[in-house]
Design a protein around this ligand. Sequence first.
Ligand code: OGA
Ligand code: NI
Length: 334
Amino acid sequence: MVQLVAERVQSLAVGGVKELPEQFIRPAHERPENSKAVEGVTVPVISLSQPHEVVVQEVAKACEEWGFFLLTDHGISPALVRRLQEVGEVFFGLRQEEKEAYANDAASGKFEGYGTRMTKNHDEKVEWIDYFFHFMAPPSKVNHGVWPKNPPAYREVTEEYNKEMLRITDTLLELLSEGLGLEGKALKTVLGGEEIEVEMKINFYPPCPQPQLALGVEPHTDMSALTLLVPNDVPGLQVSKDGNWFAVNYLPNALFIHVGDQLEVLSNGKYKSVLHRSLVNKERTRMSWAVFVVPPQETTIGPLAKLVDDQNPAKYSTKTFADYRYRKFNKLPQ
Ligand code: OGA
Ligand code: NI
């Protein structure tokens, strides 16, 4: 059997490649140089320290208009975020052989671990990124055996960060429920309650020799209910609104909150799953820690009954999350 060994983007970059290999060169209309972000407009920034009613209203508005906002005063200690970033940086700084011990193998269903997308056919373009993916919650889904063992603090730091992600998820789902005129527990309950799943994806974008021709992540919406992301200080994330791209500036200590597909469906389109992409940098490595909050696979997700009536018919079909994922991965209609 032929074992396909992924060529890591980091290895290409470390090797000092001067010209972007052709599988990374985007078609002209997708290139950052031909689809520039609108200047002078900034994304919503929402402080959790405001009165509850104000936060409910601001979060609902941001999720209706953008599907995206920056959350501040969330109570996560900057020192914890710094430690999370440090253990991720140390992992990606390990020798290549050591990282390869964690290689994922999507073909055999092993999605957790160290990964790089490979082209399936000659025309397909790939992104300038390596990543590390694993579950953080619930405990029954977590396999510590696939988490980085080096640096040794990885597990402790990540478990502490996970607690904060669960806390902020509860807060956000409560605010978003109230924004829909529902009782605070409504969204968490339909997303699986305490079985709600939390996934960590560390995105690693090495310096790119021709960043104007490449993308770190191509335009997509997240399949999650919510995505809570922290980047390092290298900008690159862009979000789309009304057909235009907007750059998201780095804001220290803010959480970058994305509405994902499941919340768009549950809210029957009131909240928008944000289309986003990331650009890469010529000199510096960009990293981001994306936390995806998803329902368990067999959870049935559709527009909430309370939001649907004769005047407001369901705009989305109802199906299990597993079915949704299968269709999205295989580019089938939902
Ligand atoms: C993702 C993503 C953007 C970023 O991981 O789904 O969109 O800023 N990442 O790294
Ligand atoms: Ni995304």
